[in-house]
Write a protein that binds this ligand. Structure first.
Ligand code: PA5
Length: 430
């Protein structure tokens, strides 16, 4: 078992020599010699952005939003959504909006769907309270956020008799989003041309909603910068070892990788990871198919399949984050057979569920699944470090299987098809 440890991230994988393709993938990424090399802006970004004037303005803007608006509607999809959502959920828990009074933060409502109920309910939750909109789209042409912007913009006019305050996060100069922003004079922040959606969590795309939720973004940028510094200086780093482990499974015939997280507040972290690897690697008939499970809940459903279903299909990454909240089991007059846990912590049980399932999935049965273990200590910095690790690992492993990590031609096809259907229908209706 090889351990790649530092104070904010621990990766445990079986000892596997670094494959020549992974070595080449690492060099291709670091030296910028591969397809899409011009989209590697995210690698140096965290350290640079920490010192920038725009970042200082972003933090001031977040403070003003918190003071003025009880609610913030964040509109975006894919890479313009999952980074922020995953950090906010991890830090605050998925049900934090239900806490009645939340000092020091605006309640952040994400709109990333075409769900009539979800849109209606967000409107109903906000009611007559003041709200602002953060509109995030690099291109400005994506249908889902475009429609949501129009809907909530008009809803604000109906409820408050005035246009809403909109903050736009879009490209610097070319896109439709930039034109809309300039035409309306909205305060805006830039998604750099050299950073694609799924690599944009540490740009304003992720940082503004996260700061509005009252989370210290300096911690995130510093952890991501620390990760980058290490990854760019040596091949002996967790991103390479993780990429190597999953590459090894792929060439040995495994088709699916499960990311098993230890808490429901990491569900969207796993969604973010799925998007990152799915959109980056899944092309030219290649790539491990990323999937996810939330433990211990899914141990009572999918866990059975993972352990005894089709063999040589799934490899698993167990991702355990110490959530830092310590709930102690009380003594109780209930005669429930759980006295042996009185005085002990819920976190201990949570971690035992991860360790027990890791052992069961990786060593019981004729053909157990290949498994690796990632452990992140408490604090949101370790989640940021993990994100930067996965971004590097993803780019390296994409290059190892000779695909461009930074484009998404399939998604573009889907976007075009939907537009054609809607145009056809409107022509038929007129
Ligand atoms: O990773 C990506 O590039 C995509 O998932 C995009 O983020 C997503 O399609 C949204 O695009 P846009 O920000 O242009 O609205």
């Amino acid at each position: 078992m090889s351990n790649v440890r530092n104070n904010i991230f621990r990766l445990e994988t079986p000892d596997i020599e670094i494959a020549p393709a992974i070595r080449e993938g690492y060099e291709t990424l670091i030296n910028g010699t591969g397809a899409g090399a011009e989209m590697r802006g995210w690698m140096n970004w965290p350290a640079q952005y920490l010192k920038s004037e725009e970042y200082a303005r972003l933090k001031e803007t977040a403070k003003k939003i918190i003071e003025e608006f009880k609610h913030t509607i964040v509109i975006g999809i894919g890479g313009s959504y999952l980074g922020a959502k995953s950090i906010i959920d991890a830090k605050l828990g998925t049900n934090f909006n239900e806490i009645y009074d939340v000092p020091g933060r605006s309640k952040v409502h994400f709109v990333a769907s075409l769900s009539s109920k979800e849109w209606r309910n967000i409107g109903a939750i906000i009611g007559n309270d003041p709200f602002c909109i953060i509109y995030i789209s690099k291109s400005g042409t994506t249908l889902e956020p475009g429609l949501a912007l129009r809907y909530f913009y008009e809803l604000h006019k109906t409820v408050h008799g005035a246009e809403p305050t909109v903050f736009a996060i879009t490209d610097r100069e070319h896109g439709t989003g930039r034109k809309l922003t300039n035409d309306h004079g909205w305060e805006s922040f830039v998604i750099p041309d050299n950073i694609g959606g799924r690599y944009s969590v540490f740009t304003p795309v992720g940082l503004l909603p996260i700061a509005v939720a009252g989370i210290d973004t300096d911690i995130l940028l510093k952890a991501a910068a620390e990760a980058s510094e290490l990854f760019m200086s040596t091949i002996d780093n967790p991103a390479v070892h993780y990429a190597n482990w999953r590459y090894h499974q792929y060439i040995n015939g495994y088709s699916v990788e499960f990311m098993n997280v230890n808490n429901p507040e990491l569900r969207s972290f796993a969604e973010w990871w799925k998007q990152l690897f799915g959109e980056s690697e899944g092309k030219s008939g290649q790539g491990l198919c990323p999937n996810s499970a939330v433990f211990s809940m899914d141990l009572h459903s999918l866990g059975q399949y993972l352990q005894q279903g089709l063999r040589k299909l799934v490899c698993e990454t167990f991702f355990t984050w110490d959530d830092s909240i310590r709930i102690t089991f009380p003594k109780s007059s209930l005669e429930d057979g759980l006295d042996y846990l009185a005085g002990r912590k819920l976190t201990e049980v949570n971690h035992a569920a991860m360790k027990g399932s890791f052992t069961a999935h990786s060593s019981i049965g004729d053909e157990p699944n290949p498994c690796c273990n990632i452990f992140c200590p408490a604090g949101i910095g370790s989640i940021a470090y993990a994100k930067q690790t996965f971004e590097y690992a993803c780019a390296i492993s994409s290059y190892a299987i000779e695909v461009n990590p930074f484009d998404q031609p399939g998604v573009e096809d889907y976007k075009n098809e939907v537009k054609q259907i809607l145009f056809r229908n409107s022509a038929n209706n007129s």
